[in-house]
Design a protein around this ligand. Structure first.
Ligand SMILES: [Fe+2]
Ligand SMILES: [Fe+2]
Length: 293
């Protein structure tokens, strides 16, 4: 089956009403830069935003976010799924992003991309930064998964259902992940996507691959935690997930606004040389001679 889909996952955008985060990072500009790159590349079928969309839940932060993302969606025709995180304010999130005034409902949702199903779950808790699903949500998910999708299902939410390397952060990941494992095990779920930790992690739950995307806004320095520090540093990244009938494959992409091109060849040219038996140095020289550099 050659049909495949590309999902771009942006997590932990931490948009503010104005100014910058910690006086150093303009998270709105970062998002604008990433969306501009995505629009240049043109290869995506869905845009998935997995929580902490606003840093402190201000209405204006959501308006700014929406002004960028909705305009992107309109220009490209790419569908968008907004999911909340612990930094989001549930009522403001729904009022500003779903035009659902006065509601504190959980934002569980389903998005179909032809044969691919994306199920978004709201893992936020009313009282605290940890993640949780109530019985109703797990029953709803179970019901959705009863019918398999032609290209399978991606399940996405904010709080990782697997532990990471920073012990204190494991106190605010998804509680009782084994309950979710019971629901997804043996179903058509190709991958579980989460965010929240501001660093990349991978693992599995109930036999399903789990990918934890880093943040677009800033990174957590995992190495510093070994020295007893919880440190946030500048840096941005996001995830591309390729899905086909065989499975889902996650790729981390780093976003550096002013990165410098070291080389670039036409992919067609590279393809024609792949498998050539000449030594690597000669192959590179030939590519450089034929390509732009
Ligand atoms: Fe975050
Ligand atoms: Fe978070």
């Amino acid at each position: 089956m050659s049909e495949s889909k590309v999902i771009i996952q942006l997590s932990d955008l931490h948009i503010v009403a104005d100014g910058s985060l910690h006086g150093k990072v303009d998270s709105f500009e970062v998002l604008a830069g990433i969306l501009a790159r995505l629009e240049e590349s043109g290869k995506l079928d869905a845009l998935l935003l997995t929580g902490d969309l606003a840093d402190t839940g201000e209405p204006e932060a959501y308006r700014r976010l929406r002004s960028l993302v909705d305009a992107f969606a309109l220009r490209t025709g790419v569908p968008v799924m907004y999911l909340p995180g612990n930094h989001d304010d549930r009522a403001t999130f729904r009022a500003e992003l779903f035009d659902d005034e006065g509601s504190e409902a959980k934002s569980d949702q389903v998005l179909w991309i032809d044969g691919l199903r994306i199920i978004g779950l709201d893992s936020t808790a009313k009282d605290g930064h940890h993640g949780e699903f109530d019985d109703e949500q797990l029953a709803w998910l179970d019901e959705q998964l009863a019918e398999p999708a032609p290209l399978g299902t991606i399940v996405a939410f904010h709080h990782p259902p697997i532990p990471g390397p920073i012990d204190v952060i494991n106190l605010i990941t998804l509680r009782e992940p084994e309950r979710l494992a019971e629901v997804v095990e043996g179903r058509d779920v190709r991958m579980i996507l989460a965010g929240h930790t501001h660093h990349v992690s991978g693992g599995a739950l109930g036999g399903v691959p789990v990918w934890v995307a880093t943040a677009t806004a800033y990174q957590v320095d995992v190495a510093a935690s070994d020295a007893g520090l919880f440190r946030g540093v500048t840096g941005s990244g996001f995830t591309r997930v390729d899905v086909d009938a065989n499975g889902a494959y996650a790729t981390h992409l780093t976003f550096i606004p002013d990165d410098v091109v070291l080389y670039q060849y036409d992919l067609e040219l590279l393809r024609s040389h792949i498998g050539a038996t000449m030594p690597a140095g000669e192959l590179e020289a030939e590519l450089l001679a034929a390509g732009e550099h």
